[in-house]
Structure formats: structure tokens, C-alpha cells
Design a protein. Sequence first.
Length: 246
Amino acid sequence: MKTILLCSLLVIARLSALAATGKQIGYKSGDETVRAMLYTPEGKGPFPAIIVIHEWWGLNDWVKEQAGKLADQGYVALAVDLYRGKVATNPEEAHELMRGVPEDRATRDLNAAFHYLESQSNVKKDKIGSIGWCWGGGYSLGVALSQPQLAADVINYGHLATDPASLQKINAPILGIFGAQDRGIPPEDVRKFEQQLKQLGKKVDITIYPDAGHAFENPGNPAYRAGDAADAWNKTVNFLAATLKK
């Protein structure tokens, strides 16, 4: 038993050692300063970069962990705090925080995040991507709609645009990850989104997990599915490598 416990502790310590350490930074968005966590790979760079957009819970530990994991993969990862320092601890609070964010302010904050990364000497300016989950997944799509220079876009069960005139603005390849049991974003809407992008000549890769519901990638969510989450992460890693590292 002692041997097993020791091995487990060593594995945990090894995994912890792999996670990149983030630092809090501030960047300008209009007249405001937005806080974010910046995670940087080891080495001199320049590196590709990713805007990381949180769920409706806010910039919590899980989102920071994802940003750290992306830095371990070789990306400068900027986890943006769209809630101005607030983090929800229950669905009611999360709903209120989400409703309290003006859409134009969030869009401005994310566009400013793109330009902040673009200004960094250790970032490849033509290799900046975006990733988001849940509420942040919808805003990740929003970055692709507003930033023609975006090089990759990952949408994890985020709300989708359907207007062809809007979708025509997208230049970034899209990776979409969804659950068939998601009541808020039904599979038929996802397939329509995919079809529209393909008709417009856009690059899009969609996966719908048959038994997954909304927000299945975060272990803190009731709908968490470990196997599907692991597969989704592998797809994300491969997609980002193909779009931002080549």
C-alpha cells in the first residue's frame, strides 16, 4: 500500500511539474484594463499563441489549467477574465454574471486580447488562435468573426452564428466539439452550421459525441464524460498543431 501511495504521489508531482506557470497581466481594452493570466512555454520563441475564453463560471482554476496545458504544448496562452475578477460557485451566480456582461464589451476585450498577443515579441503574429468552452465557446466563434487574421478557432459547445453574411467573414479553420444530448445547442443546429461553412468554402471539422450533453469536458460539471473529454482534448491538440505550428 505504501508503494502504491508513493507511486501515486510521484505521478501527481510529475504532472504538476509539467504544467506551465502563469502570471497575471493587464492589457488595455478601450479605457479599461482587462486582467488575464499569461502562460508562456519554455524557450526563446517566437511561439504561436492562443486566446483562452472561460465558461460561464468565470476564469476559474480549470480554465487556468487548460491554458497551462496549452503552454505545455508550445503556445503562449492568454486566459482572459471577462468577468472582471468574479468567479461563480453555483449555476445561479454563473447565470447572473453571464447576463451582466455587455456583449460589445466582451467582444472589445477579446479583440484587444488578440492585439495584445500580436504585439508581443515572443509571439508569431500570423499564428494566433482562439479556444473557448460553453459561453466562451460562443465568444471564440466571435473572435473568428471579428478577426480576419485569426489562424485557428476552437468552439467547445458554444452558441453558433447562422447568418451566411456573418460566416463569410471567417478565415480561420474551425474545430467544433459538441454533445448530441445538449438541449441548448441541438445536433441539427450544429450540422446546419457545418454545412453553411462548407458551402462558403471554409475549413471546418465538427465532432458531435452521441452520449454527451452540454459542458462535458470540465470535471466540475455534472455532465462530465471522461472518455469524450480526453478524445476532445486530443482532437484539439492535433488541430492546433496542424493550424498553428505549420
